[in-house]
Design a protein around this ligand. Structure first.
Ligand SMILES: Cc1ncc(COP(=O)(O)O)c(C=O)c1O
Length: 423
């Protein structure tokens, strides 16, 4: 059995059948925006490997930071110990997070940082004398991860419906109708601990943007109701939508912010839940005083060293200007899609370009476009999109737009079978 046959038979890939797996490509190396396959071909990574590779693949400064760190301390439990990479990363991160957010919990993935944020909200309300406040309000069309609580806070009719029996029940509002927030919270006031949302840009589920004014209203409403406001900046943060944080579109500072993905520039898995001092101090003043979470690989030194190097690159590089340029190029490059019969909408904000189609073309067409243009696309549901590395140059963005235009012009495929998550 060759290695690809072994992979096909024995290894689950994300959102894939192991009985009838979609094709996978054997990748050998990566640098900048380019992936090199085992057969020597190269593909431009138009999705930044699920939006984390901000500075480009295998960035020399990040690779060197990991290498150097590995010579002295690859891991140590964070209970009872601390280390320089964690301290330096927390210092660098809190220099970037919105004012007042400076208490850091390191998590091992974005989903876990969302679980941690939800637990902080519940423990905060418990400490304030509201032990029954154990529910959160989230937004329809959202996505916060694949672990249980994160799934439960994602779109209630989205890809996780099968798992309802193991999900805790939370409540949902419409990001285009603020009255639904007021009505839902008022109906469940005694249970509500916090509101969580992806600010401005709903990524992995609905692939759409909503009005920043909604966030301003949320801030005022949460303050009036004694609820915490949690921003999940895992996808939208680190300049993806234009500003460093998507919350800046509304000049709103949450009580808790989740960051992940580009934190290490897409080199090692690491996320963080960053809380305000009042949240942290309220939790500490309760019983238990300890915040009750602690993953084995919390604040892994290699990942923290990668994070320090990544944040240094964010601090040194004018990504605001780069993303503005990319935004203009995506807007111009994707605009012709509007005239295509299978295209419903074209949306661009920052380094995000989305073409929503009536029906996704068949898999063979997706593969043809990837191979013909040498551009790696990962369309899902009805969305053909790019979230390129923020270092992508003009020629690279033009090639990505060409591939998207070609795919959007392809024959629409049949609707996916009922209940199938089409991607
Ligand atoms: C907004 C948002 N939150 C949370 C997550 C989950 O992050 P992870 O895949 O690192 O668990 C994602 C992943 O796509 C995301 O887009």
């Amino acid at each position: 059995m060759n290695s690809l046959e072994f992979d096909r038979r024995h290894i689950w890939h994300p959102y894939a059948s192991i009985g009838n797996p979609p094709p996978v490509r054997l990748v050998k190396s990566a640098r900048g925006t380019e992936l090199t396959l085992a057969d020597g071909r190269t593909l431009t990574d138009a999705v930044s490997s699920w939006w984390c590779v901000a500075h480009g693949h295998n960035h020399p400064a990040i690779v060197e930071a990991i290498r150097r760190q590995s010579e002295t301390l690859s891991h140590v439990m964070f209970g009872g110990f601390t280390h320089a990479p964690a301290i330096e990363l927390a210092q660098a991160l809190t220099a970037l997070t919105p004012p007042g957010l400076d208490r850091v919990f390191f998590a091992d993935s974005g989903s876990i940082s969302v679980e941690v944020a939800a637990k902080m909200a519940v423990q905060y309300q418990h400490a304030r004398g509201f032990p029954k406040k154990g529910k959160l309000l989230a937004l329809k069309g959202g996505y916060h991860g694949d672990t249980c609580c994160a799934m439960a806070l994602s779109d209630p009719d989205g890809m996780h419906t099968l798992f309802r029996p193991i999900m805790p029940q939370h409540y949902f509002a419409d990001p285009y109708d603020f009255n639904t927030v007021i009505e839902t919270v008022e109906r469940h006031e005694d249970e509500m601990a916090a509101v969580i949302c992806e600010p401005v840009f709903q990524a992995a589920n609905a692939m759409r943007f909503y009005d920043p004014d909604y966030l301003r209203k949320l801030r005022a409403f949460c303050d009036a109701q004694g609820l915490l406001l949690i921003f999940d900046e895992i996808a939208a943060g680190f300049y993806r939508t234009g500003p460093l944080w998507a919350g800046a579109w509304a000049e709103v500072v949450p009580d808790i912010q989740c960051v992940g993905k580009a934190l290490t520039g897409g080199h090692l898995t690491l996320a963080a839940t960053v809380a305000s001092a009042p949240v942290a101090e309220t939790i500490s003043g309760g019983s238990p005083s300890a915040f009750m979470h602690g993953p084995t690989y919390m604040a892994n030194p290699l990942a923290c060293a990668a994070g320090v190097a990544s944040l240094k690159l964010f601090a040194e590089t004018d990504y605001g200007a780069k993303v503005k340029r990319i935004e203009g190029e995506l807007a111009a490059g994707l605009a012709p899609c509007r005239a295509l019969p299978n295209v419903k909408d074209v949306r661009v904000k920052g380094a995000v370009g989305i073409v929503e189609v009536g029906q996704m073309p068949v898999r063979a067409d997706i593969e043809r476009v990837i191979d013909a243009h040498g551009v790696w696309l990962r369309p899902f549901c009805n969305f053909i999109y790019t979230m390129p590395p923020l270092v992508a140059d003009t020629a690279t963005i033009a090639r990505i737009c060409g591939a998207i235009r070609d795919l959007a012009a392809s024959e629409p495929g049949p609707p996916p079978p009922d209940g199938d998550f089409h991607e």
